[in-house]
Every structure is written in structure tokens, then in C-alpha cells.
Design a protein around this ligand. Sequence first.
Ligand SMILES: Cc1ncc(COP(=O)(O)O)c(C=O)c1O
Length: 329
Amino acid sequence: MIEAAREALATQGVGAGAARLISGTTEFHTRLESELAKWMSTERALVFGAGYLANLGVLTALAGEKDLVVMDKLSHASLIDGARLSGATFRVFPHKNLSRLEEILKSASGFRRRVIVTDAVFSMDGDRADLEGLVSLKERYDSLLIVDEAHALGIFGNRGSGLSEERGLENPIDVRVGTLSKALGVFGGFAAASETLIESLVNFSRPFIFATAPPPALAAAALKALEILQSEPDLRKKLWQNVKGIGDRHLWGDRQTGVCSPIIPIIIGDEKRTVEISERLLEKGILIPAIRYPTVPRGKARLRLTVSAAHTEADLNQLFQALPEVFNG
Ligand SMILES: Cc1ncc(COP(=O)(O)O)c(C=O)c1O
């Protein structure tokens, strides 16, 4: 990835120089979009300056004053901001409570468009959305479904393209949004959708239209990352071995909420105690950040453990030894 970025830097310079629709589009952007579309098994993809901007851009382009946006309560801040900025009526349903979502949709026939929004994997809890249930409600109530796959890319599915791939639901989901900054290790975001929806983003999505294109060297690095992600499936196997290795240990008893992804929360509750535990772990060479209000609700402070394919057995053993010492000490 470093080499790919270096080569692009040498020929393209550092910045893109202009917005995509002016003169900022390079062959790296168009190749990246076409590879992302293939990977996500969709007609087309559109790259944004960041995952945050992709969410803002998708929601503000697809929802407006006459529309209703209904969102899972634990969705990412960028989705919430996008919904607010869109000017649509904005309702939230309790986390994964599809009966409540259905009640809201049932009484929403007066809106021009209904847009259901969720994370695929929730960023602070690590649990997964019920995509089957959401797709069935979207179809029953003639709505659009937007799924943020940020924490599912590189993790789920044979191609590693997310939870929608694993569940075989790429097609019924209208827009899947992703980031290039997590599993792909670069920077930038994207939306994957039908030709028609992407074309409307090109024409109406302000963070796409009115911002300078991402640096071509980053697009080149992302292309390389995508190639590695698809050609080295053993990395994903190793990741899941590590996730399972941690889940199987039941290290923190009642606090364990179930291990469904590489994001593993350890709910402590009290903010001060959470920070203390995090600091004591750091003294033992282990980084598990303390997550507090406003990222999570008050009283739900937690350690957010994230495991990767790069962690070795020795790393995990170090963790298994340190956690009980810190909790009981
Ligand atoms: C679920 C989710 N969506 C979107 C984003 C934003 O992506 P980016 O960091 O590329 O702006 C993040 C976090 O970074 C996230 O956790």
C-alpha cells in the first residue's frame, strides 16, 4: 500500500487540486470506484472524502422535507448528523426493536419517501443488525434501506464485503455505505448502490459535489488494500480465530454481552472506574480505550476491546493474564 501510494504521489502530486466534477477525478478514483462496485456486488460505487461525509452525502441527497428518516438508536453519529441536515422528519427506534420500527412505518404513509437507516455492526457494542428483518420491513412498507457497513467490511462474507454479503442481501439493500479507513487502513468513504441512485448522489450530494476530491495517492493505496483483502482470505480466518479465542474465555462474566464481531465491549458503567481500568491495562502494555458519554449513554461507560488479524497468540495470552489482574486488583 505504501508503494502504491508512493508511485501515485510521484505522478499525480499530493492533492487532487479540485472537486471531482471540475478536474479532480483521476484514473485512480475511477478504478477505485469500479473495483469497489465489483467487490460490493453492485452496479456502481461513489467515493467520498471520508465515511462521515459519505453518510452525510447519502442522507442529505436521498431524504428531504417531505420524507421520513427512521433510524436505529445506536447508529453512528454521522448518520444522525446526515438525517438532521437532510431536513426530513427524523424518528429513532430503540436498538434493534423492529416491532417499534414497524409501528412507525405503519403510520408513515403520508410521507413522500420512508428511509430506514442502520449500522450493520454497531460501533460501540459490536452487535449486528437484523438485516433480514429490516429488508422485510423495507419491502412491506415501500421504504429505502441504508446500511452503514463501516465495521463489517473486511470482516463478514466470503469476499469480506460486509454483513449484507454474508446474509446474501446485497441486492435488496438500497445503499450500503462504507469507509476506507478501518479494515482497508487508508482514508475516505464510499456509497455502493444502483446506477440510478449513484447518479442522483453525483447530482445532489453536496459533500461529493462541493469538496476537493480525495488525494489520488490515497485512492491508489485503497485499490491495493482492496486487492490484498480479496487475495488473502487467511487474514480474515485469523481474525475470526482471534475473536473466537476471546469470546470462548468468558473473561468478564456478567459484563460479557456476547461476542459477535471484532468489537468487544466490556460494560463497566462508572466512567471513573472505566478510565482507571483502561490506564492500568495500558501500564501492562495493552491498549483498550475507555468509551464514555457522549459516545455512549451515561452509566454505560465501557472498555472497547478491538481485536485484529495482526494479534498473535502471545498478545492474546498477555490479555488473558492482564484482564483478571486489573479487574480483581
Ligand atoms: C459506523 C461508522 N460509520 C462511519 C464512520 C465514519 O467513517 P470515517 O472515519 O471514514 O469518516 C465511522 C467511524 O469512523 C463509523 O464507526
